[in-house]
Ligand binder design. Structure first.
Ligand code: NAI
Length: 271
């Protein structure tokens, strides 16, 4: 059901790779709620991806290729988006993550640091780059909202999440630190949403993902939050109903983060 929560708002959505992507669902929900959007992803991902299909479903949204590690690409993305909208934007979804060491099968105790730097650059520093570029261009309107997606491995150890845990800690810290400066400049709010494990391309790249997702499901009193649930939450954060929420890491996980143990897990242990 649509409530017109984003009527008249304009935003940029990073990271829609395919129908499973969190960003894909969020883009559809934002459009359904009345927003106009620009879609962006790494040029290489766009070649493999189905983003054109999504663009059509979102009112022929422009698709602008940008590698989040390239300053030139991010400058171009903002310049073209501002031109397209004829003014500043109201929201940004950062839904980007990739671990090079994980991809290469390197465990946390045997990291290749050149890969690690790349992982941090793509998965965390990119949020700073996006925000700094917007800040310098004054590209976000007063009371704008920025959301980045993160995972609870930033606070607690999940061994196979490897270097992404550190990348997510940095991402959450950048949201907090930049949240201060952007609130002062334009009352822009910046938050991270810490999502349940979800079956997507990035999610399934984590070793032992099936066990991981089942465990989370059993540990969460409400069950795991889906990508559709995540899209709904993100819409609420882009709407005017959450204007005083900023610099927060917001758990969106069916209660997982505050559950010590559940009856289902105890039952399993007693078998
Ligand atoms: P996904 O694989 O659909 O999305 C990741 C996106 O990052 C892809 O679209 C990919 O093309 C993009 N990307 C990678 N390198 C890039 C670069 N250099 N420049 C621009 N874009 C680049 O997977 P998903 O799960 O939707 O991931 C979105 C976000 O949600 C990520 O930050 C992920 O860590 C986070 N998240 C995922 C969870 C899960 O279990 N799937 C749980 C909690 C957070």
């Amino acid at each position: 059901m649509a409530y017109n929560l984003l009527k008249g708002k304009k935003g940029i959505i990073f990271g829609a790779l395919d129908e499973k992507s969190m960003a894909w669902k969020a883009a559809l929900r934002c459009y359904e709620e009345g927003a106009q959007i620009v879609l962006t992803n790494a040029p290489v991902a766009m070649r493999m991806g189905e983003i054109k299909k999504l663009a059509e479903a979102c009112g022929n949204a422009p698709v602008i290729g940008a590698d989040v590690t390239s300053q030139e690409d991010i400058d171009k993305l903002f310049t073209q988006s501002l031109e397209h909208f004829g003014g500043p934007i109201d929201f940004i979804l950062h839904s980007v993550g990739m671990s090079v060491n994980m991809r290469k099968g390197n465990p946390y105790t045997d990291l290749n640091y050149a890969f690690t730097e790349k992982t941090y650059d793509i998965s965390a520093l990119s949020l700073h780059r996006v925000l700094q570029t917007a800040y310098k261009m004054d590209a976000i309107a007063d009371w704008g909202s920025v959301v980045a997606l993160t995972y609870i491995a930033a606070q607690r150890v999940f061994p196979d999440y490897s270097e992404m845990a550190d990348a997510k800690s940095l991402l959450e810290s950048i949201a907090r630190s930049f949240g201060y400066h952007y609130a002062k400049k334009r009352k822009v709010r910046i938050n991270t949403v810490s999502q349940s494990p979800t079956r997507t391309t990035a999610g399934s790249g984590v070793k032992g993902f099936d066990g991981f997702i089942t465990y989370a499901e059993k540990m969460s009193p409400l069950g795991n939050a889906t990508a559709d649930d995540c899209a709904n939450y993100v819409v609420s954060l882009f709407s005017d109903l959450t204007r005083m929420v900023t610099m927060q890491n917001l758990f969106h996980d069916g209660g997982f983060s505050f559950t010590g143990v559940s009856a289902e897990v105890i039952e399993q242990m007693e078998k």
